[in-house]
Design a protein around this ligand. Structure first.
Ligand SMILES: *Cc1c(COP(=O)(O)O)cnc(C)c1O
Length: 395
């Protein structure tokens, strides 16, 4: 190993460990369901994004198996050479229908979708107005585009309007985009899309919504844009197929010309092999299910509300979530870490989220109840919260 690399790794790994920021990876034995097993220990799982339980759904598994038998395990090429199977085309038509747009393009992940789509449209003569709490993949996509990035205070519409006005009146930019998460995953709050659309119209902004945590959850399952009835007003409806949809992949839904452009200009679409057929078939089955019935989405909300009420009744601060994402705000960083550790020892898997992911002094345990949790599981988790809360916080 080069000496420079050796010393870089040694120094920086030590630094992380000294600061308590080194993340040990937990390995789960078996499926990522409502109850998981880690090192032989049974745990109520409140940390997955498998909101609707589709990751282990029997119909999706069947669809994947059938596609593997028919098409094999790999797509064989990038989409623009000959890796586009009829399945990929079906999936994109399905996504467009689901999202109420003219067309859609799918990618290998939500992360690479943001890298791909933002940089395919925005460049060095452009400006991007980005919510301060946007996801890492949005931030990286914006950086890759080389556009000027202007962060606005989280969901502060006065700040957005001010910055949009400055950018528009400066005359420096050919295009200006406003980009936001639809659902913010740390607090579970929704972007103020109606206001964003109004500001966008005033200053001719391109609108981009990353609805990774909204699809399958808000808008009767169709996402945050649908929730606000703004399908005609958002240029990029971006999402992931790996959270509520339960499989893997990312997508942009929008106007035909936009999708056409992304298909010739977004680099991961051109230079990275297409998603395997089994995954694509499972995804199609998942979206079909969501279009046929909102039963799972309703169950998710019911469980989310049940869990929220339970924590509130126990005296915890659960913040201002507008979705089933349920933060339990502890405050102090060290205490939050200790709280999560005690939950784990007692049988609940829920992650501590602390500074710098969230502001200092707002450390929290983030809980993601899903449609596949039973009331008994949630009651068991609440009893553990009660015990640990009494022990560490005196609640
Ligand atoms: C998870 C997430 C992504 C990345 O999606 P993957 O499909 O997991 O790569 C992008 N944006 C947001 C807001 C996310 O929460």
């Amino acid at each position: 190993m080069a000496k420079a690399l050796d010393s870089f790794l040694e120094e920086n790994l030590k630094l992380l460990k000294d600061q308590g920021l080194y993340n040990e990876i937990d390995v789960i034995d078996g499926a990522n369901g409502p109850v998981i097993e880690i090192s032989g220990k049974r745990l109520i799982n409140l940390s997955s994004n498998n909101y609707l339980g589709l990751a282990t759904n029997p119909l999706l598994k069947e669809a994947a198996k059938r596609a593997v038998d028919q098409y094999g395990v790999g797509a064989g090429a990038v989409r623009t050479i000959n890796g586009t199977l009829d399945l990929h085309q079906q999936l994109e038509e399905k996504i467009a229908e689901f999202k109420g747009t003219e067309a859609a393009i799918s990618y290998q992940s939500g992360f690479n979708c943001n890298m791909a789509a933002i940089s395919a449209v925005m460049g060095k003569d452009d400006c991007i107005l980005s919510d301060q709490l946007n996801h890492a993949s949005i931030i990286d996509g914006c950086r890759l585009s080389k556009a000027k990035i202007v962060a606005y205070t989280h969901s502060d519409m006065d700040d957005l309007r001010k910055k949009a006005k400055e950018a528009a009146e400066s005359g420096h930019y050919r295009k200006i985009m406003v980009i936001t998460d639809g659902v913010f995953s740390m607090d579970g709050d929704l972007a103020k899309l109606p206001d964003i659309v109004e500001i966008a119209k005033e200053f001719d902004l391109i609108t981009y919504v990353d609805d990774a945590h909204g699809s399958g959850v808000t808008g009767n399952g169709r996402g945050t844009v649908k929730h606000f009835g703004l399908e005609k007003d958002i240029d990029f409806q971006m999402g992931t197929l790996s959270k509520a949809i339960g499989v893997v992949g990312g997508y942009v839904a929008g106007k035909k010309a936009l999708i056409e452009w992304l298909k010739v200009r977004s680099r991961p679409f051109l230079f990275s092999t297409a998603v395997p057929p089994g995954d694509v078939a499972a995804t199609i089955a998942a979206i079909d299910m969501l279009m046929q019935s909102s039963e799972r989405t309703e169950k998710l909300w019911e469980n989310g509300n049940y869990f929220k009420e339970g924590l509130k009744r126990l005296g915890f601060n659960i913040g201002n979530s507008e979705t089933p994402i349920t933060p339990c705000i502890i405050g102090d960083e060290k205490l939050t870490q200790r709280f999560a550790k005690r939950l784990l020892e007692e049988g609940v898997y829920a992650k501590a989220i602390v500074y710098p992911t969230v502001p200092k002094g707002t450390g929290r345990i983030r809980n993601m109840p899903t449609a596949s949790h039973t009331k008994e599981m949630l009651d068991e988790a609440l009893a553990i919260y009660e015990k640990v809360g009494r022990e560490l916080l005196g609640v």
